[in-house]
Design a protein around this ligand. Structure first.
Ligand SMILES: [Zn+2]
Length: 148
C-alpha cells in the first residue's frame, strides 16, 4: 500500500527497501545505523536514523532520544578505534532529507582540509571512494560493534 513515507529515503532504508553500502549495521532503541547512502569521500561515514519518520531531533520519541547519545558515542569510539579516525563529527542538518538522521563523519589524519567539518558535504564526484573501500569500512565497524 502506498503511503506518504514511500518517497522518503530514510523510511525506505529503515524498511529495507533501499540498501546503503554494507546494509544495516545495527537496529536498537528506535534507531538504525548504516553507511551514507550516497557516494562518499570518507570511509566509515555512518548515519544514525530514527526508525520512525520524525522530522528532526525535536520530534523524536523518548526511546530514541534516550538511545541517541550512548549510541552515537559508541559508534564514534568504534570509528576511532576500528577505523583509525582521529576525530568524528556529528552533524544533523536535515534540509534535504526531512527524516531525523545524525551523520557521524570520521576525520582521518590524511583527510584534506576541504573535506573536514561540513566540507565533507561539498565533496566532488571524483572524491567518491570505490564501493569496496566503503563496504570494507562498514564491515570493520560491524565486527567491532559485534565484539562489544
Ligand atoms: Zn521518513
Amino acid at each position: 500500500m502506498a503511503g506518504p513515507d514511500d518517497a522518503c529515503l530514510a523510511c525506505r532504508i529503515v524498511r529495507g527497501d533501499h540498501r546503503p553500502p554494507g546494509g544495516l549495521l545495527w537496529r536498537e532503541g528506535g534507531l538504525v545505523l548504516h553507511a551514507l547512502a550516497d557516494p562518499t569521500p570518507l570511509a566509515g561515514w555512518l548515519v544514525l536514523t530514527s526508525e520512525r519518520h520524525a522530522r528532526a531531533w525535536y520530534d523524536l520519541d523518548a526511546a530514541p532520544l534516550a538511545a541517541l547519545g550512548p549510541a552515537a558515542a559508541r559508534v564514534m569510539r568504534v570509528q576511532r578505534e576500528a577505523l583509525g579516525a582521529e576525530h568524528v563529527y556529528a552533524l544533523a542538518i536535515g534540509d534535504q532529507l526531512r527524516h531525523f538522521h545524525l551523520h557521524l563523519v570520521p576525520r582521518y589524519a590524511d583527510t584534506p582540509q576541504r573535506l573536514r567539518g561540513r566540507g565533507a558535504f561539498e565533496a566532488r564526484p571524483d572524491d567518491a571512494l570505490p564501493a569496496w573501500r566503503v563496504v570494507a569500512a562498514v564491515e570493520s565497524v560491524r565486527r567491532a560493534l559485534a565484539a562489544g
